[in-house]
Design a protein around this ligand. Structure first.
Ligand code: SF4
Length: 215
């Protein structure tokens, strides 16, 4: 895990360096070996590393740009996502799409995935051993994309990436450092559907991410 974390940090630093080079007119370099999202998905295969494989219909890996500047990480697929094999396509997904659009992006320009790639039965909370089995693949996705910012949606993704037990209400609203990548925790869209009065706070969080993208 330590090696992996170091590689994530290195990928973020490398991205900044390449952007600086680009600003000085350098527009091509010899290809460096970096794990692609396609390779990570191939390695996941017909995963049976935790018991969620027994009830899932699809492995929901992630969608969007391999070079996304903003990476959104949710909790786990729900019923619609399990059926369609794509993250955030149900009612909460439609709200996330609106939030992404309000930030000035399309779904194709960002990357969207979940902490768990398979649906927990009845949308119950992820269990510790499921997170332990699946989260290495999320960390490899982060390493491959090397985004400029990560937005974690809800408690489980935020606590796992930040290795914290603090509630989302305490984590949200400010950037945390994730191996050199700014990470903004905010409320999960499914929670916002149940508590629309919290949408304003979520929007404030996303505005901070937009501002960071301009720096
Ligand atoms: S949740 Fe992750 S670790 Fe568990 S079976 Fe699905 S892909 Fe594998």
């Amino acid at each position: 895990m330590t090696d992996l974390n170091e590689r994530i940090e290195l990928a973020g630093a490398l991205r900044c360096y390449l952007e600086e080079l680009q600003d000085t007119g350098v527009d091509s370099l010899p290809l460096a070996a970096q794990e692609t999202l396609e390779n990570i998905r191939t390695g996941l295969g017909d995963c049976r590393r935790c018991r969620l494989c027994e009830t899932r219909k699809s492995i929901v890996f992630g969608v969007g740009s391999n070079n996304a500047k903003v990476l959104f990480v949710g909790e786990a697929p729900g019923r619609d996502e399990d059926l369609q094999g794509e993250p955030f396509v149900g009612e909460a997904g439609q709200l996330l799409s609106k939030m992404i659009k309000a930030m000035g992006y399309t779904r194709d320009e960002v990357y969207i995935c979940n902490l768990l790639k398979c649906r927990p039965p009845e949308n119950r909370n992820p269990e510790t051993e499921e997170i332990a089995a699946c989260s290495p693949f999320l960390l490899r996705q982060v390493e491959s994309i090397a985004p400029k910012a990560i937005v974690t949606l809800g408690t489980f993704a935020s606590q796992t990436l930040l290795d914290s037990r603090d509630p989302i209400s305490r984590l949200r609203g400010r950037f945390h450092d994730y191996h050199g990548i700014p990470l903004m925790p905010t409320f999960h869209p499914a929670f916002l559907l149940r508590s629309p009065e919290k949408k304003r706070e979520a929007w404030e969080d996303l505005q901070k991410v937009m501002k960071r993208m301009l720096e």
